[in-house]
Write a protein that binds this ligand. Structure first.
Ligand code: F6P
Length: 455
């Protein structure tokens, strides 16, 4: 094995450069050249295949900094359609011309779908990334059980009746990017709380995650009063009751909603029409606003008047989206460290002759976090479909709108020690140095442009 390719596909995360760095370090150790394909699958389809040699003389290029968010290779949501034979042939030709012995795709579920048809032409592996933490399985047999459940159309079980998840059996316990997203979301909640508290308001904070409530669940570290996850349809009456209890008590309420929350008929609270991105992922918008409007209809006109005289009803409830800040910036230590491992493991899989596999991050009490691997087809159900991993019912208490004790254990395994002292020091040193103000931002895109080669 002499040369491998690597690309970053789908939405960016704070840990992509760390994964690239891990792959470079592992490739260096085995004397393998690593070419970075620019702009994800779009770069592979481009006749010129823009690429960057990431480890000339088997050392990493200085532009590749694992502590910087985003990806120096650029990313795109361009998707390889498995039925577009001409595209597949074109990509295979490009890979051959670049003399790549295999390809590492750093990505999520959309990327794995794009990688699958390519794996019949040349060896490919996936290094997982997604802030949504939805790439993986709660347990190995989940896709088969899902097929059965879909056949009987059963609703998710409430936590009281669901058997507890065995945390050691989770496939891909956590994906790089998730920890930083939760760090950002939790910090945002703490900051928004003080406004809600001071002005006696109800704050509804929308976090990312599509159909998966992992970011919302993790945002429990910001101590929101109510967490609503997409997996459990919103019971408005129960939410209203809890809000009234809390408002009586503390004169303000903080609610977190995962962007994909649904009503009791299973319809998305937010976007009226659901559209999809090129990889087939649903796009979500407006859940917090929709919840605000539904709640406003449930409170009597003078409900807030006693506490907030002279202020209008609609300002009593306000919404904020944490938005793309969850996806950006410096990765916290947990993400940096494990993204590096995941990238290195992906190179190892190709060295070991694996194809259509993914590197995974496993957890056990005796070993802590460690890397492993899984054949990609194990993520698919009977119909060969892959589904975003969702929060297991045993991790979320739908009556308290909070993580269960098992959910807390799940999260504490990730987040205890997730922030390093160097992360704190970075904030202290890097935000307000006097020379920074008035100095233009230096984009890595300019530096990498100089290194770019093409066919
Ligand atoms: O999948 C990652 C994610 O950040 C989702 O949580 C979110 O719905 C989506 O991407 C946003 O996509 P875009 O950056 O294309 O707006």
């Amino acid at each position: 094995m002499q040369r491998l390719g690597i690309l970053t596909a789908g939405g960016d995360t704070p840990a992509l450069n760390a994964t690239l760095y891990g792959a470079v370090e592992r490739a260096n150790a085995s004397g393998i050249e690593l070419y970075g394909i620019v702009n994800g699958f779009s770069g592979l389809l481009n006749p010129r295949v823009p690429h960057v040699h990431l480890n000339p003389l088997f050392s990493s290029i200085p532009e590749l900094d694992p502590t910087v968010g985003g990806t120096l290779l650029g990313a795109s949501r361009t998707y390889i359609d498995p039925t577009a034979t001409q595209d597949l042939t074109r990509v295979a030709e490009h890979v051959e011309k670049l003399e790549l012995d295999g390809l590492i795709c750093v990505g999520g579920d959309g990327t794995i779908n794009g990688m699958q048809p390519l794996s019949s032409r040349f060896p490919c592996v996936l290094a997982p990334k997604t802030i949504d933490n939805d790439l993986g399985l709660n347990y190995i047999d989940e896709p088969n059980e899902r097929s059965l459940r879909d056949a009987t159309a059963a609703r998710p079980q409430p936590s009281a009746t669901a058997p507890d998840l065995d945390l050691e059996k989770i496939i891909n316990y956590v994906t790089p990017g998730y920890a930083t997203a939760v760090f950002v979301a939790s910090s945002a909640i703490e900051r928004i709380r003080t406004t809600a508290e001071s002005h006696r308001r109800i704050a509804i904070i929308e976090v990312m995650g599509r159909q998966s409530g992992y970011i919302a669940l993790g945002s429990a570290y910001g101590q929101p009063d109510i967490i609503l996850i997409p997996e459990i349809p919103v019971n408005l009456t129960a939410v209203e009751r809890r809000i009234r209890e809390l408002y009586e008590l503390q004169r303000h309420v903080v609610i977190v909603v995962g962007e994909g929350v649904v009503d009791e008929t299973g319809r998305q609270l937010g976007a009226v029409t659901s559209s999809v991105d090129p990889a087939g992922n649903l796009l979500f918008s407006g859940a917090a606003e929709a919840l605000k409007h539904l709640l406003l209809q449930r409170f009597e006109h003078d409900y807030f008047q006693q506490v907030r005289p002279d202020e209008d009803l609609s300002s009593a409830i306000f919404t904020r989206k944490v938005g793309h800040t969850q996806r950006g910036g410096r990765p916290i230590r947990f993400d940096r460290f494990h993204a590096v491992q995941i990238g290195g493991k992906a190179v190892e899989l190709l060295i070991d002759g694996q194809n259509n596999f993914l590197s995974t991050l496993q957890w056990s009490l005796s070993r802590g976090f460690h890397t492993d691997a899984l054949a990609a087809h194990k993520l698919r159900d009977r119909k060969q479909l892959m589904h975003p991993r969702q929060v297991h019912p045993s991790l979320y208490d739908a009556t308290r709108f909070q993580p269960t004790s098992l959910g807390i254990n799940y999260l504490n395994n990730i987040f205890t020690g997730a922030i390093g002292s160097e992360d704190v020091e970075h904030i202290r040193c890097a935000l307000f140095p006097p020379h920074k103000i008035g100095t233009r931002y230096q984009s890595v895109n300019i530096d990498i442009q100089r290194r770019m080669q093409s066919l």
